[in-house]
Design a protein around this ligand. Structure first.
Ligand SMILES: Cc1ncc(COP(=O)(O)O)c(C=O)c1O
Length: 371
């Protein structure tokens, strides 16, 4: 019989998905189980324990949503927002804007705190805005802004918001598993991530965690959350001891996530952060040696995602196409207004390795010299 696999293997060196460890791929080939199989639900318990360690939280309102990072974003917002609520959002890139869009669709009044793309938001500016609107339900910011390559400091903001009524929401889709994320220490109330970046799995699951303060807001809602699929109340009935059917969870994806979490803790979380930091620094040094400039300000750069300004003399889209066609390397384009102006190179999870810095910088160097 002819092979049924038609996908060309790629080096996935963009903003995600990334290539995954062969041991995770093996786990993805384990037999399919039902979503209420005793072995599978016991695995969900172990996944929850792993996610609590990863997020650095003791909250049992921690689970992985069946959906991508955007589903995690929606889960955090839909469960706490009611129409008319105020939501403050730091906006310095594409994903800050997406938080605004989701909150607006839920009927929230969004107050934007704009900051310059390529830089982090000055924490005190954000804190001052929250103080100006003490009735705000949520104050949200992106930890790792994948569109610009910027890492946002969170600790000071979390400390300032801890004694307020406002919930602190953080997007750690790109940072979780590749840079420190300290949910409890930083007083984060709502946060979400994805499976396909630094966690080292394929896309399809979105880890989320809610603090006790966030769960209290959920309990005090006037009406149940507008979404059943993403409703934390009904999800926790499935993830909790009752195991009440909620949706047909894909066992395959969860076994893959369990394997990815096992690999993270076998490596050690701190060692993994260090690996991403070192490989990111190496990448950033090497692209500058090629004559390229970096979009994010020095000292505020993400380790796992480097946003490179395409030199004016070259066609940014053509270089990306050549990387894919000649080297089978995928790198990301810019998002929105930066579409053909940026290349976004991700070295995440299994791909955060020096040999892949050599591969992508070697290919990029050859293409730049030939143009
Ligand atoms: C910072 C950030 N937030 C949210 C998302 C949305 O995640 P997904 O594409 O998995 O739905 C992404 C995706 O790249 C992201 O980088």
């Amino acid at each position: 019989m002819a092979s049924v696999v038609t996908a060309t293997p790629r080096w996935l060196l963009g903003p995600g998905p990334a290539n995954v460890d062969p041991r995770v791929l093996q786990a993805l080939a384990t037999p399919v189980q039902g979503h209420l199989d005793p072995e599978f639900v016991a695995t969900l318990d172990r996944i929850r324990d792993g996610l609590k360690r990863l997020f650095r939280t003791s909250s049992d309102a921690t689970l992985a949503i069946s959906g991508t990072g955007s589903a995690g974003m929606e889960t955090c917002l839909v469960n706490v927002i009611e129409p008319g609520d105020k939501v403050i959002v730091g906006v310095g890139g594409y994903f800050g804007r997406r938080i605004c869009q989701v909150a607006e669709r839920l009927g929230a009044e969004v107050i934007q705190v704009p900051y310059e793309p390529g830089t982090a938001l000055e924490p005190q500016r954000f804190i001052d805005e929250v103080k100006r609107h003490p009735e705000a339900k949520v104050a949200a910011i992106v930890h790792a802004e994948t569109s610009t390559g910027v890492l946002q400091p969170l600790e000071e903001i979390g400390r300032a918001l801890a004694d307020t009524e406002t919930l602190f929401m953080v997007d750690c889709v790109t940072s979780l598993g590749g840079a420190p994320v300290e949910v409890e220490k930083w007083h984060v109330d709502l946060t979400y991530s994805c499976s396909q970046k630094c966690i080292g799995m394929v896309s399809g699951l979105s880890p989320v965690t809610f603090s006790a303060k966030a769960m209290e807001v959920v309990r005090r809602r006037r009406r149940p959350p507008a979404s059943f699929y993403l409703g934390i109340d009904v999800l926790l009935d499935y993830w909790g001891e009752g195991r009440v059917y909620h949706h047909t969870a894909c066992s395959t994806l969860y076994y893959g996530l369990k394997a990815a979490l096992d690999l993270i803790f076998a490596e050690g979380l701190e060692a993994r952060w260090k690996r991403h930091a070192e490989v990111g620094q190496m990448m950033q040094r090497r692209v500058q040696e090629l004559g390229c400039t970096l979009f994010a300000r020095e000292g505020q750069r993400l380790p796992m995602l480097t946003a490179i300004v395409a030199p004016e003399s070259v066609d940014g889209a053509a270089v990306r196409r050549a990387l894919l066609e000649q080297y089978s390397i995928e790198v990301g384009a810019g998002l929105g207004e930066w579409k053909d102006k940026l290349w976004r190179v991700g070295l995440m999870g299994y791909n955060a390795r020096p040999v892949l810095v050599d591969l992508v910088c070697g290919a990029l160097g050859e293409l730049l010299r030939s143009r």
